[in-house]
Write a protein that binds this ligand. Sequence first.
Ligand code: SF4
Length: 79
Amino acid sequence: MGVRRTGGFVLALNPVLCDGFGHCAELAPDLVHLDEWGYPVLTGEPVPFSNLAARESTRYAVRGCPRQALRIERVNLSQ
Ligand code: SF4
């Protein structure tokens, strides 16, 4: 059986734009944690598109970020 590829994403941060108020950590607590200064630390873990809950909270975080510092990057996942 071959390797099955499926779509996924990672949440990526542009630290230059980020204001460090940590709104994203409230919106996507499963993907974003804050460091001791309140700046987001992303897990960097690829998330399969089939994970609807994570997709939803990621969308909230990207839309809710006042500085547009977050983006979704598509990745291929091996299973
Ligand atoms: S919501 Fe945006 S600007 Fe605020 S801490 Fe998160 S990434 Fe930074």
